[in-house]
Design a binder for this molecule. Structure first.
Ligand code: HEC
Length: 419
């Protein structure tokens, strides 16, 4: 099932934070640090983090399917194509297109001169619009060939959305709203009353969030429709469908509003820190948390649906360096006996066990032929050279633990926690 399109407008980022180091989050979660971008489809959720990782989640099972690494610095936007392919963009100014199961990007752009600040995909999936911090706006084909480029704004492109007609709308730090055709010729322009921090399409209208705490709807020509003042704080994330608009303030407070009138539907009080990314799919609002967890809420009444898309590495979090290193594993491996509910097998009782022998998990056939027995030494070797080399044919994504001290800490933690 393809990801929902068009309204995959992601985190509106505040300058100071984009360049700050992603502080390591406390507690177990998918991302080590805040979630910076989200895109949701019917059965898939994609998250990007300040830790540079992209996680593809199974939204039903609430487990991680894949972890993708490509960008240097934080991931500033993610989006889905109708084909099921993924697009990711980062602070490194690069854009990558990933095939459904590919371990590496199928297409990438070169390092940009400026971080990517906004991304949008046309309804037919044929064009990808990319906005940059320096105000540049580019349109690419699905293989990332550049089709058109222009200096769209004097300052950051803070939001992009394709209209059903195929035109593109951008808002920028120069307080301008512009509608463009497929060749980036301007079709309509309007001034904005305040600094825009993000844009999402709600049907044939545009929902724009502002630094002064307001949310406004605009027509495709930039005419002001209903507006709502929501907060004393800047709004920093927005998502929309034809029925619902969701917005988040920098303190983490959330609002759900009717898309046609901006009538208030539900308010969700601030949780633990800022929410930099929101996504809507079906009846669910996803909110990316400061700790790397992704919270879920019902769009009807804002009721909490739990912290499903975070992983309880804390079961065994003993404050050690090894537990910290293991957080990268916990999104795919439980330590509970027989718990194969994540992408990989439970690592309970892993030591002294032959590879691919845990009962109840469907291992790749290639593994059984390898004759490896897992010991602290072989697990350390696995992450010294990486699964692709050490266990060819493994579905475990290629990853390494580069620092020998971290490998040692990891296997010592596993010796304690896998018993
Ligand atoms: C994105 C998911 C993912 C991540 C992250 C991940 N793994 Fe795995 N791992 C898997 C999958 C899937 C398999 C099974 C491979 C197969 O059957 O092809 C696996 C297999 C293994 C195995 C072999 C298990 C057996 O019984 O033979 C070990 C050991 C292992 N992983 C340890 C780790 C450790 C330690 C980390 C963190 C440094 C880690 N994995 C991170 C997905 C992951």
């Amino acid at each position: 099932m393809a990801l929902g399109l068009g309204v995959l407008r992601l985190a509106a980022l505040v300058a100071a934070l984009v360049f700050a180091n992603a502080a390591l989050a406390q507690g177990g979660a998918g991302h080590a640090g805040p979630v910076s971008a989200l895109a949701a489809g019917d059965d898939t959720l994609v998250s990007g983090g300040f830790d540079g990782r992209v996680i593809v989640w199974d939204a039903q099972a609430q487990t991680a399917r894949r972890v993708l690494r490509f960008h240097d610095g934080n991931v500033t936007a993610v989006a889905g194509l109708p084909s099921g392919d993924l697009i990711t963009a980062g602070q490194d100014g690069r854009v990558a297109v990933w095939n459904r199961d590919g371990p590496a990007p199928a297409f990438v752009t070169r390092h940009g001169t400026s971080p990517v600040s906004a991304l949008a995909v046309s309804a037919d999936g044929v064009r990808i619009a990319v906005g940059f911090w320096d105000g540049t706006l580019a349109i690419h084909a699905a293989d990332l060939t550049e089709i058109a480029v222009t200096q769209a704004h004097a300052g950051r492109v803070s939001g992009l959305a394709y209209l059903p007609t195929g035109d593109l709308v951008s808002v920028g730090a120069d307080l301008r709203f512009t509608r463009w055709d497929a060749t980036l010729a301007p079709q309509a322009r309007a001034g904005l009353p305040d600094l825009p921090n993000g844009l999402a399409r709600a049907g044939d209208r545009l929902a724009v969030i502002f630094a002064e705490g307001s949310l406004r709807l605009f027509s495709a020509d930039g005419a002001l429709l209903p507006e709502r003042f929501l907060s004393e704080r800047p709004l920093v994330a927005v998502a929309a469908t034809p029925q619902t608009v969701a917005a988040a303030a920098v303190d983490g407070a959330l609002w759900l509003l009717e898309a046609d009138t901006l009538r208030f539907r539900a308010g969700i009080p601030a949780g633990s820190g800022p929410v930099w990314a929101l996504a809507l799919a079906g009846d669910v609002l996803y909110a990316g948390g400061a700790t790397g967890a992704i919270r879920r809420f019902a769009t009807g009444d804002g009721a909490s649906l739990g912290d499903g898309l975070a992983v309880a590495a804390d079961d065994f979090h003993d404050g050690s360096r090894g537990a910290e290193v293991y957080r990268a594993c916990a999104i795919c491996h439980s330590l509970k006996p027989g718990d194969h509910s994540r992408a990989g097998p439970s690592l309970h009782g892993i030591f002294d066990r032959p590879i691919a022998s845990a009962p109840g998990y469907a291992f790749s056939p290639a593994l059984s032929a390898l004759g490896i027995v897992w010991t602290p030494q072989t697990v350390a070797e696995l992450f010294e050279v990486g699964p692709d080399i050490y266990t060819p044919g493994s579905r475990m994504p290629d990853q390494r633990v580069a620092d020998p001290a971290d490998r040692q800490a990891l296997v010592e933690f596993l010796e304690r926690a896998s018993r």
